[in-house]
Design a binder for this molecule. Structure first.
Ligand SMILES: [Zn+2]
Length: 76
């Protein structure tokens, strides 16, 4: 199922003070809620955790194992 609100997240960030997704202002380092002026984050805590979980699951399933030293043939 596609999430119809996907683009919503690129225009909104989560304000912990307002406890909702809000429009935000971007500055160099941070983004700020247009409603209360507080710093906003990309996801709410719950969304962030589910995002992390999803990421870890995806990594565990399809992720490539690090094969850094596998082809370490020294030529001298
Ligand atoms: Zn706010």
């Amino acid at each position: 199922m596609e999430n119809p609100d996907r683009s919503f997240y690129s225009d909104h960030k989560f304000c912990a003070d307002c406890n909702k997704y809000v429009s935000y202002l971007m500055s160099l380092d941070n983004s700020y809620c247009v409603e209360c002026g507080g710093a906003v984050r990309l996801f709410s805590k719950a969304d962030w955790e589910s995002f992390q979980t999803e990421l870890n699951e995806r990594r565990a399933k399809g992720g490539r194992p690090g094969k850094r030293n596998q082809r370490g043939k020294e030529s001298a």
